[in-house]
Design a protein around this ligand. Structure first.
Ligand code: HEM
Length: 392
């Protein structure tokens, strides 16, 4: 065992980790379920890959989300980190209650016609015989328009430049981040909300209106978090989901023949190629012994959701896409106190988007060989840069 650990995962699996992480994850589950991935400055980053461990650790109080515990690691753009993802109770409980108010199921379900209308408008503008890019021509503008509407971002601020700015905070295209620009933009946005009272669909307005419950930094950080995770993740659900269907024509045909299959099918797409591949980092607040490995206080722990969702001890034939899989207790939305606030919303967006793509665009195929598709180089998110398709 020690020899295997010292040898580490085979180089060819590591090299393909962004394009196809699943053989690497299988190796980890089998040989090194708690794997010391990188060491430095006296601390280690541990990758945890088995379903049962990931599930338990997602709710383990010995793991903290407080970035003060892991100085040296930059969690996000400066001045924009006072939000849910980087908070433990009691701050987390307070922030979560405020944000949760806007995501009540009744309110989310009422959005379905608006999702369909927005998707319809985008599909009016494309001709599948000429080909289109499902990410940039459809999923990205769809999810971005929706999250801007839910947050109450005025139309003049919902621009491609703003989208690029947000995207650059995750994967800096030019090698430099646009933190100052982004902070200025969010400050203007929040000030705009103060001047213009909240409408029906206006989560930011409601948060601003919550008086002193949130500091200015918390407000701006929460706006950033929701704008970012509120669309990027769902782009990946639509993109990864459509790619999985295009690569499994039998499953695609079954869904076309029986659109109600999307009920179990969406969960299977979330499991099969999970949009959030690794949970956000956690730090050990005290030592944790797991599978003979000692995680020290201050070490960073990465819970590999994408690996847990392919764990053969939990899912029969985990590498098979089966839209009828039921039960399907995947961890694509996390678990416990940090469970995804947008889960219901993104399921509606994903289901409507995929249904309308199949209905409106007919029989699609990939417009490039599958091995030419490029995956975005992110550790947390798993998503395509583009997904060119054309009608058969
Ligand atoms: C398919 C789409 C989505 C997936 C797969 C997804 C996945 C996740 C996961 C795995 C977590 C937990 C991360 C962790 O514990 O480290 C999370 C948290 C979160 N998600 Fe999502 N998400 C999606 C869409 C959305 C949308 C549309 C929104 C907002 C409109 C959203 C808002 C949030 C927020 C605010 C948190 C932090 C919750 C907390 O820390 O208490 N997500 N999401």
């Amino acid at each position: 065992m020690v020899d295997v650990l010292l040898a580490g995962p085979p180089a060819e699996l590591l090299a393909r980790r962004t394009d196809d992480p699943y053989p690497y994850f299988r190796w980890l589950r089998r040989h090194a379920p708690v794997f010391a991935e990188r060491k430095g400055q006296g601390r280690t980053i541990w990758s945890v890959s088995r379903y049962d461990d990931v599930r338990l650790l997602l709710t383990d109080k010995r793991l903290s989300k407080n970035p003060d515990l892991y100085p040296g690691y930059k969690p996000g753009p400066a001045g924009l980190n006072k939000h849910l993802v980087h908070a433990d109770p009691p701050e987390h409980t307070r922030l979560r209650r405020l944000v949760n108010n806007a995501f009540v199921p009744r309110r989310i379900a009422a959005l379905e016609p608006f999702v369909a209308q927005t998707a319809g408008r985008l599909l009016d503008q494309v001709d599948p015989d000429d080909g289109l890019d499902l990410i940039n021509d459809f999923a990205m503008p769809l999810t971005f328009t929706l999250i801007c509407t839910i947050l109450g971002v005025p139309e003049h601020l919902n621009t491609p430049a703003m989208r690029t700015m947000l995207a650059n905070t995750v994967v800096p295209a030019s090698g430099h981040r646009t933190d100052d620009e982004l902070r200025t933009f969010l400050t203007v946005l929040v000030a705009d909300k103060r001047d213009h009272p909240a409408g029906e669909l206006d989560l930011l307005g409601a948060l601003v209106g919550a008086g002193d419950s949130l500091t200015e930094e918390e407000l701006i950080s929460t706006a950033y978090l929701l704008l970012l995770v509120g669309h990027d993740t769902t782009v990946n659900l639509i993109g990864n989901g459509m790619l999985a269907l295009l690569r499994h024509p039998d499953q695609l045909r079954a869904l076309r023949d029986d659109p109600a299959l999307i009920r179990t099918g969406l969960d299977e797409l979330l499991r099969y190629d999970s949009p959030v591949r690794d949970a956000t980092f956690r730090a050990a607040a005290e030592p944790i012994l797991l599978h003979d490995q000692l995680i020290q206080t201050g070490d960073i722990v990465s819970l590999l959701i994408g690996s847990a969702n392919r764990d053969e001890t939990r899912f029969a034939d985990p590498d098979v896409l089966d839209l009828r899989r039921d039960p399907n207790e995947h961890l694509a939305f996390g678990r416990g106190p940090h469970f995804c606030i947008g889960a219901a919303l993104s399921k509606i967006e994903g289901a409507v988007a995929i249904r309308m793509l199949l209905e409106r665009l007919g029989d699609l195929r990939l417009a490039v060989p599958a091995d030419e598709l490029r995956w975005r180089p992110s550790r947390v998110m798993r998503g395509l840069e583009s997904l060119p398709v054309v009608r058969r």
